[in-house]
Design a protein around this ligand. Structure first.
Ligand code: IMP
Ligand code: MG
Length: 168
């Protein structure tokens, strides 16, 4: 399969540093980064290291189905610590329809955090079905199916250090 680079490793690294600085400047006190597995793993690891204010981390595992089960979302693990009264940032790889984040924001809101913000590496606004407020966006992209830097197609290509799209 032929993969064309859309965002280079260097561009990702520069932008993630900027996002980390923005987050460091925006929060007084501790912020909890909640990584939405598996796609945000690389982004989470780099973003975490570019934040120089107090930060803790949690993980949440979720799948959204396409095709016949479109719109169905399954939560695999909801063992995150108590977030009541705390600042939370959901760390996502990409916002596409917005359904995954909408589901998660509703779920986490029930735990009464002080605030919930979203930090997404990629935003694909062309396919949005549910409006989600995105506080931090790495890159806005056109309607490509992208892989690399944690993002997959059938669990493959997560290991690419850059983000690319598959040429048909
Ligand atoms: P949403 O619920 O439609 O916003 O979809 C979000 C999830 O679908 C993301 O967290 C990704 O895991 C996956 N996804 C959406 N677009 C892409 C893509 O272009 N490449 C890889 N995964 C994607
Ligand atoms: Mg994801």
């Amino acid at each position: 399969m032929n993969i064309t680079t859309l965002i280079s490793a260097k561009e990702i690294s520069n932008r993630v540093s900027e996002l980390g600085q923005d987050i460091s400047n925006d929060y007084q006190g501790t912020v909890i980064l909640i990584s939405v597995l598996k796609g945000s793993i690389c982004f989470m690891a780099d973003l975490l290291r570019s934040i120089d204010s107090d930060v803790t981390i949690e993980f949440i595992s979720i799948s959204s189905y396409k095709g016949a089960m479109k719109g169905h979302i399954s939560l695999h693990d909801n063992s995150i610590e108590d977030i009541q009264g705390k600042h939370v940032i959901l760390v996502e790889d990409i916002v596409d329809s917005g359904r995954t984040l909408s589901f998660l924001i509703e779920l986490l809101s029930k735990k009464n955090p002080k605030s919930i913000d979203v930090c997404t590496l990629l935003d694909k606004p062309a396919r949005r079905e549910v409006e989600i407020p995105l506080s931090y966006i790495g890159f806005e992209i056109d309607d490509y199916f992208v892989v690399g830097y944690g993002l997959d197609v059938n669990q493959k290509y997560r290991n690419l250090p850059y983000i690319g799209y598959i040429e048909q």
